[in-house]
Design a protein around this ligand. Structure first.
Ligand code: CP
Ligand code: NVA
Length: 313
């Protein structure tokens, strides 16, 4: 053994719809167990003896805590690694780091400002590597977004999600997910901040309906959910210019009123109230942002069980 390709989770587009559905199903199952308040949560400790390396080169609240807590609940251990404290920070190669960590750990999560470092880590790693966010994509976030939407509104197939603001890493993963699960995405962005043309083409080639628009009202019109994200991502250096360009893209009550009457508001968080969203919308009954944040825990657990081949219990 040892020759099988590890179950990396680098991008939504690398997965089949079946894999995504499998991960979401396991996530719902472990969530149901927790909502039943049974203790211990997982008496069978399915990941006992397994260790997750959590390598976060950038700040994180949700990703870090949900992986640490989730792995613990499944009976596994977590080694939190700050790349700047590793020899990686003094020039040890990603290839050697991957081969060494593969001898110690069972699965790695990497958040990095360098997308190519993630690809390099996965190339050399003989254990699964999970993308914990890069400037290019944020696939684990969209697992939680789909779970949240479907818990509130049923099957996402055929629904229309509006994305307002920056065509960023989260938007890219949303577009890819639309192609796998058969929902529509309408994006409205300022000029120069459109989503990855390559991701849009990839999704359209697979039959997805992706509209890249300029006008937020047009994107939101009749939509089943409205999503946004920060105007200044961790990798962005042009904060001043962005805050100017994005001003007409705030999600406020007037914009939400153009969506379907029961439209949900989602945001991956952290939020910047008064920038991409008003406090009125953020705190409104349409807003399911804290369900979405909680679902990060359940989807990390589903993902870890899948990555380690324990999706069937
Ligand atoms: N949404 C998200 O990934 O949050 P963190 O940056 O806190 O992990
Ligand atoms: N687009 C944001 C998401 C944070 C979870 C960023 O990359 O900073």
């Amino acid at each position: 053994t040892g020759t099988a390709t590890p179950r990396h989770f680098l991008d939504i587009r690398d997965c089949s719809a079946e894999t995504i559905r499998q991960i979401l199903e396991v996530s719902s199952k472990v969530k149901a167990l927790q909502n039943g308040r049974r203790r211990p949560l997982h008496p069978e400790r399915p990941l006992e003896g397994h260790t997750l390396g959590l390598m976060l080169a950038q700040p994180s609240t949700r990703t870090r805590v949900s992986f640490e807590v989730g792995m613990g609940q499944l009976g596994g251990l977590v080694s939190v690694l700050s790349p700047s404290d590793m020899q990686l920070g003094r020039g040890e190669s990603v290839a050697d780091t991957a081969r060494v960590l593969s001898r110690f750990l069972d699965v790695i999560v990497l958040r990095t400002s360098d997308d190519s470092a993630l690809r390099e880590l996965a190339k050399w790693s003989t254990i699964p590597v999970i993308n914990g966010l890069t400037p290019v994509s944020h696939p684990i976030q969209i697992l939680a977004d789909v779970l949240t939407f479907e818990e509130h509104r049923g099957p996402i197939r055929g629904k229309t999600l509006a994305w307002i603001g920056d065509g960023n890493n989260v938007a890219t993963s949303l577009i890819e997910m639309a192609a796998l699960l058969g929902f529509n995405v309408r994006l409205a962005t300022p000029e120069g901040f459109e989503p990855s043309a390559e991701a849009v083409t990839w999704a359209r080639d697979r039959g997805a309906k992706i509209d890249v628009l300029r006008n937020p009202a047009e994107a939101v019109s009749g939509a089943d959910a409205v999503l946004t994200d920060t105007w200044v991502s961790m990798a962005d250096k042009d904060a001043e210019e962005r805050l100017q360009c994005f001003r007409p893209y705030q999600v406020d009550a007037a914009l939400m009123s153009k969506a379907a009457p029961d439209a949900l508001f989602l945001h991956c968080l952290p939020a910047h109230i008064g920038e991409e969203v008003t406090s009125g919308v953020f705190e409104s009954p349409a807003s399911v942002v804290f369900d979405e944040a909680e679902n990060r825990l359940h989807t990390q657990k589903g993902l870890l069980l899948w990555a380690l081949g324990r999706e069937n219990g």
